[in-house]
Ligand binder design. Sequence first.
Ligand code: NAD
Length: 275
Amino acid sequence: MKYALLNRGDQLSRDLTEQFQALAREKGLTRDDSEPDIVLSIGGDGTLLQAFHRFRDRVGQVAFVGVHTGHLGFYADWKKDELGELVELMAARKPNVVSYPLLKVEIVTDGGRSVYLALNEFTLKSVEGTLVAQVNINDEPFEMFRGDGIVVSTPTGSTGYNKSVNGAVIHPSLEALQIAEIASINNRVYRTLGSSAILPKHHHCDIVTDPDELLAIGIDHLVMQFKEVRSIICSVADEKVHFARYRPFPFWNRVREAFIGWEQDGQVVTKKRPR
Ligand code: NAD
């Protein structure tokens, strides 16, 4: 079994990388940053997003594992003091692999077409002010959007930026994408749906903006500026992202632990339901 490793770059993540490598060597695991089976990220959710984009071209062939150095993450579930257990499991057996949907984003400009894959979401904003964009669903005009921006997320990304703009949390076994609004202007002149909309795999949405508008386009943690954009087509990608599970990490537990917790005598209890 070959593994690649990417860390956040801070001292703690670098120390944990050293520790992991020493343990892995003892167990006969080989580090291979070009053709790995498992990609380990040490840091936080942002580090796993970086690892995903680093291995974007091999996304179907690798499975990701996240170690967090701070609080429990959505993608990074192993704690820093559990590296020994993780290495033991990696050396002993094949993991369960869970596969989650990704978002395909095609940006058509006067200069050509670029295709991106997002693990969390795509965001669209105007660099110069209010975003004005026509949203089409399945090639039919749906709404004219005016406001701060649009977020189109994957099910695993639904707990990220999407949730902050009141989008729904979607279980990642559903192959879907979600369109959510960031501060839309709604009055007698301008009208949008005003809530998020969830599209199944066989649907797509096109976002059409004025080609003269300078756009800030986000793909997960990456932000790029684009001009002369003719349209942006979002759909559920054919590829999926794979996560190696050496122990269960149920989605709804993650949601509960990240956003709810349980309170008992003024303390948040996250391990088990208090009686
Ligand atoms: P980062 O690593 O600091 O991440 C920001 C926060 O988002 C962290 O607390 C991280 O744990 C959390 N996060 C990331 N993916 C998540 C997910 N799928 N579910 C729940 N929480 C998640 O910053 P970054 O490296 O720039 O990460 C980019 C991500 O941050 C984006 O993909 C976006 O989802 C999120 N983000 C959120 C907001 C917001 O909520 N207003 C704004 C910008 C970016």
